[in-house]
Design a protein. Structure first.
Length: 95
């Protein structure tokens, strides 16, 4: 699977705690949360990342992944449909 609040900073308790609101920070925080199997923090960081990148296809795919990991199957499918609408394809078998 693929490895993202507002004024309080990132939603991960990772060693990445720093004052950086760039998309790179939330991308790293999401990856760390995913690796730590903290899927709620993973989803929260991906949501922030998605806001910063305005629905970038890769963040949509990550958001669908987060929703699926949290058992939100209907939302995961809804987000995957948004991902599909971007026209980008992913090798799901290799993921």
């Amino acid at each position: 699977m693929l490895a993202a609040a507002i004024t309080m900073g990132p939603l991960s308790t990772s060693p990445l705690a720093q004052t950086d609101s760039s998309w790179r920070y939330y991308n790293r925080a999401a990856r760390v949360a995913h690796d730590q199997k903290d899927y709620s923090a993973y989803r929260a960081n991906v949501v922030k990342l998605n806001e910063l990148l305005s629905g970038h296809a890769r963040t949509l795919y990550s958001l669908a992944s987060a929703e699926a990991l949290l058992g939100n199957d209907d939302e995961a499918i809804r987000v995957l449909r948004r991902f599909a609408a971007t026209g980008l394809v992913a090798d799901v078998a290799a993921d």
